[in-house]
Design a protein around this ligand. Sequence first.
Ligand SMILES: C[S@@+](CC[C@H](N)C(=O)[O-])C[C@H]1O[C@@H](n2cnc3c(N)ncnc32)[C@H](O)[C@@H]1O
Ligand SMILES: O=C(O)C(=O)C[C@]1(C(=O)O)C=C[C@@H](O)C=C1
Length: 246
Amino acid sequence: MSESDRIFAQPQSHVPDFTFNEDVVRVFPDMIKRSVPGYPTIVENIGVLGARFAIPHSVLYDLGCSLGAVTQALRRHVRTEGCRVIGVDNSAPMIERCGEYLRAQDAMYQELLPVELIEADILKMDFQPCSLITMNFTLQFIAPEQRPELLARLRQSLLPGGALILSEKLRFADEQEQALLTDLHIDFKRANGYSELEIAQKRTAIENVMRPDTLEIHRERLSAAGFSKVIPWFQCLNFASLIALP
Ligand SMILES: C[S@@+](CC[C@H](N)C(=O)[O-])C[C@H]1O[C@@H](n2cnc3c(N)ncnc32)[C@H](O)[C@@H]1O
Ligand SMILES: O=C(O)C(=O)C[C@]1(C(=O)O)C=C[C@@H](O)C=C1
């Protein structure tokens, strides 16, 4: 089982940039649930949405799969014949632990979709034709200047009738909206037991590596990448999920 997240509980003289290392992997399920409002709802419903877009005998990608929460939800909900899931992450400890979780799921249920796990940088890999791509809080960790090309390549690999499901932390152009939703997100973290020190040190750790965009920038960039329609289906505070159609 996953341990509780105490990573930022002690004062650090220098807070290093956040990485998905062994220490984070150990506490990740607890960390993401206590940090991202709506995370369990988003994950479960990506399984439900996935079932609608999955095309028989096609690939479903889970990019930045971490411990495979979305992959597991797809396996709970998608019954489309001949589909298989490919989970990709460039963190070796994530992929290793993800494999253990998926083997546990295999042992509990029958007739689950097959899964292939790949340790790779999504910026460097080639994508097969696919009916579903999920990036659940992954794009925000990709350098902004590399996002347009990645999205264009993903759009090219999507089959007609498929979809990209993109979940991201948002920022807001309107100052008041940005201030209120940031404060409410901090309230959410406090309500989940994080101290002021933990909240402050985590913010320092992620500020150089996680760069949220506004919904307007997401829309424009997805459209420039060739997506015909962008449909927000979930928002809780400053976290949202979008369906982008090819
Ligand atoms: C916030 S986590 C994703 C959470 C996960 N999708 C879930 O729903 O539980 C972001 C993940 O993206 C991965 N990642 C970041 N940049 C990547 C890249 N260039 N290629 C592959 N994976 C990447 C990280 O290693 C991390 O596991
Ligand atoms: O925005 C924050 O403060 C977060 O902690 C967010 C966030 C995320 O959105 O991925 C950052 C890193 C961890 O993966 C868990 C949550």
